[in-house]
Design a protein around this ligand. Structure first.
Ligand code: SF4
Length: 355
């Protein structure tokens, strides 16, 4: 039995059948989309799906409401737009990067070129198509913004020459030139030590066994304080919050080249105009800042409420993160601390208390 069997993580071809039709997830290494690629996704959402583009907590994009023949047509369009470089690897290109890398004064080392090299090398290795769809690579430019995502294999910039390579909770200092090869070698080692586990943390002693098999002497990695990028101007970039992470046709058409973040926002060039007019948020004081929600009704058959409509009705600036869920599964919840709003059939619980 192929060990990817039972992996229900959706992709473009292996879509998830939701109550509102097929749900396809498009992986975006580094969260990057050219203006032309974003337009391909926008038009595909209009012609094949429900018209919206959903941003995910792993900086990917989802299309919903696909008909039975939608995934085939979508994959053809994505292939032509260079968004599907390897069909075999489409669900394993889970490569996140600091969205502001190279764009503001907080970058110790620009990781975006490393993302491109890692993605290309990943797609060149047939064995890595066996990785679970949840296995995550992360490249942090030194600011600590990806720390709470708990990637399986991560690097964090220490300076222009060195990075801390982490596998689970163990790490080792390495030179940048070795990073793509070592990250992929660690992923291959994971495939050798795993049985049916999806993540490194689920394998008993997994991090130590993986680093040992690579001949690397590891040290415990001290936790870094996690930072989150909020809406507003950061150096040469503008971070734009997308209410509930769902881009309408009009909003998608107002954007050009973007980097999708894990916080339901996108990075565009500073000075981009016309975004507030279409309902996008460009300042950190908006009540939408930090508010996320799962699909809820009517998109999800398990939902006990229309959480998106209810979240919009109860917008209160809280200065932190709030996640609304239609049931206890809490899909799409943010990493780290958040106010937990869960539908229970006759209302909501907020951190366990009645709303
Ligand atoms: S949290 Fe529950 S209601 Fe929301 S999308 Fe997940 S399964 Fe559906």
């Amino acid at each position: 039995m192929a060990r990817t069997e039972g992996d229900r993580c959706p992709g473009v071809l292996a879509v998830h059948q939701a109550a509102d039709g097929g749900l396809a997830r498009v992986r975006l290494p580094g969260g990057r989309l050219t203006a032309a690629q974003l337009d391909v996704l926008r038009v595909a959402a209009a012609e094949l799906g429900d018209g919206r583009l959903e941003l995910t907590s792993r900086a990917n994009i989802q299309l919903r409401g696909l008909a039975a023949d939608g995934p085939r047509e979508l994959s053809d369009r994505l292939y032509a737009a260079d968004l599907l470089p390897s069909i075999a690897h489409e669900r394993v290109r889970n490569i996140m990067a600091s969205p502001l890398s190279g764009l503001d004064g907080e970058t110790r080392y620009d990781v975006m070129p490393v993302v491109a090299a890692l993605d290309e090398a990943l797609c060149d290795r047939p064995v890595l198509a066996e990785l679970p769809g949840r296995f995550l690579f992360a490249l942090d430019d030194g600011r600590g913004d990806l720390a709470e995502l708990q990637a399986d294999v991560a690097v964090r910039a220490l300076d222009e020459r060195t990075a801390l390579l982490s596998v689970g909770d163990l790490g080792v200092r390495v030179g940048w030139s070795t990073v793509p090869e070592l990250m992929l070698a660690a992923a291959e080692a994971f495939l050798r030590v795993r049985e049916q586990e999806w993540r490194v943390a689920e394998v008993a002693g997994g991090a130590g066994r993986i680093l040992e098999s690579l001949g690397l002497r590891s040290v415990d990695v001290a936790p870094v304080e996690s930072t989150r990028v909020v809406a507003g101007v950061h150096g040469t970039a503008l971070v734009v919050t997308v209410p509930l992470g769902s881009l309408t046709q009009e909003q998608a058409a107002a954007l050009g080249e973007v980097r999708v973040t894990p916080w339901r926002s996108v990075v565009v060039p500073a000075g981009t105009r016309g975004l507030e007019e279409v309902g996008l948020v460009t300042t950190p004081d908006s009540p939408w800042e930090g508010v996320t929600a799962c699909a809820g009704r009517p998109g999800c058959a398990k939902a006990l409420a229309d959480v998106r409509t209810d979240a919009a009705k109860h917008l209160i600036p809280r200065g932190g993160r709030v996640h609304w869920s239609g049931c206890e599964r809490r899909c799409g919840k943010p990493a780290g601390e958040f106010v937990d709003v869960v539908a229970v059939g006759d209302g909501y619980l907020v951190d366990g208390e009645r709303l």
